[in-house]
Design a protein around this ligand. Structure first.
Ligand code: GDP
Length: 349
């Protein structure tokens, strides 16, 4: 039983016993069953220790069945048309016989507890397509935690046979690098007309993208979108390419009118063909796995450190001492590290 005190009233919520076993989940997922997949993702996203353990066991079992999808990351400022684009693009891929999974990362939920992506019902049409699976952003936890959950969800979707995984994020700066580390192809969605053609267009973000897509190229906005495309292409010419051997370019589309999406699909297919032939695709996947290992290691060490009892109790005192100038920052760090190491020895003896 867990206690829930929402609205000042005490309520008791019965924690359900996990109804399915790892073997059942594994079989269900490998058969492409969406409800088993959703259950497994809930385990992965849960912060409860026992769920984490089951989730990891399941992942281990499914690992040989992962890695076969093509992974795309999509970013753009709120309102750029990401969900409209994904809805149309996803439908197009489904009509070609592919299975598409859409995952979301919402950095705002980790930082402020609020949410830009998660609050509205998104991609309703696509969610109903039997070939598609749309999963909203995991809302709880740090950005590092969201990173782990998204990466592991991606693996589950691959095991469930999704050919195409789309990871969407809001272009507010914190999560683009993270998404880039998880995908094969990274798409930046742009809009014109806000009087600021370079919105969110920091050089760093442009350098992550394999293609820039100027959306809403329809009606009166079309000539402006074409102009923006040309300007972006000029800038791209001088940037370091995101992917070895591939020159990132800008394109236009109208997600609303379903124009320019087939052309983008052609670009992506060309990208896949070229990077696979040149070995760049596999090289990136290997680098990503190594990077992922480092990220997890750091995340684990950090949480181990901050959750250690002795650190928890002396941290406020150390903070105070640093503030008052009693200790230098380096001294305080050393004291805490020594304490941490002593704590580990104590635990193991
Ligand atoms: P997101 O916040 O990036 O996911 O953006 P949405 O997909 O919710 O789109 C924001 C608004 O732009 C909505 O009102 C869409 O109907 C509109 N929109 C999206 N794509 C297009 C497009 O290609 N052309 C036009 N004219 N409007 C679009």
């Amino acid at each position: 039983m867990t206690e829930n005190q929402s609205g000042g009233k005490k309520r008791f919520v019965k924690r359900k016993k996990d109804p399915v076993s790892v073997t059942e989940l594994k079989t269900g997922i490998l058969n492409g069953d969406r409800s088993h997949l959703a259950k497994a993702i809930t385990l992965i996203e849960s912060n409860a220790e026992e769920h984490y353990a089951i989730g990891q066991e399941l992942l281990q079992e499914l690992l040989p069945h992962t890695g076969k999808s093509f992974r795309i990351g999509i970013t753009g400022v709120p309102g750029a048309g990401k969900s409209t684009f994904i809805e149309q693009f996803g439908e197009m891929l489904c009509n070609e016989g592919l299975r598409v999974a859409v995952l979301a990362i919402d950095p705002s939920s980790s930082i402020s507890g609020g949410s830009i992506l998660g609050d509205k019902t998104r991609m309703e049409q696509l969610s109903k397509n039997p070939r598609a699976f749309v999963r909203p952003s995991p809302t709880a936890g740090t950005l590092g935690g969201v990173h782990r959950k998204t990466n592991e969800t991606l693996l589950l979707c691959e095991a469930a046979g999704y050919d195409f995984i789309i990871i969407e994020t809001v272009g507010v700066g914190q999560s683009e690098v993270m998404v880039r580390q998880m995908v094969d192809f990274f798409l930046l969605l742009v809009i014109t007309g806000a009087g600021d053609e370079l919105q969110g267009m920091k050089k760093g973000i442009m350098e992550l993208a394999d293609a820039l897509l100027v959306n809403k190229a329809d009606g009166e906005n079309k000539p402006l979108a074409e102009k923006t495309k040309r300007e972006l292409n000029q800038i791209l010419h001088f940037l370091i390419p995101a992917t070895k051997g591939w020159s990132s370019k800008a394109y236009t589309c109208s997600s609303l009118k379903n124009e320019g999406l087939i052309e983008l699909w052609e670009v992506i297919r060309q990208f896949e063909k070229q990077t696979k032939e040149q070995g760049v695709f596999e090289e990136r996947r290997l680098d990503q796995r190594q990077e992922w290992f480092h990220t997890m290691l750091k995340e684990r060490i950090l949480s181990d450190f901050f959750f250690q009892k002795s650190i928890k109790s002396s941290l406020p005192d150390m903070e105070e001492r640093v503030k008052t100038g009693d200790y230098t920052t380096s001294q305080a760090v050393e004291v805490l590290l020594k304490q941490y190491k002593a704590g580990i020895i104590h635990m193991n003896s």
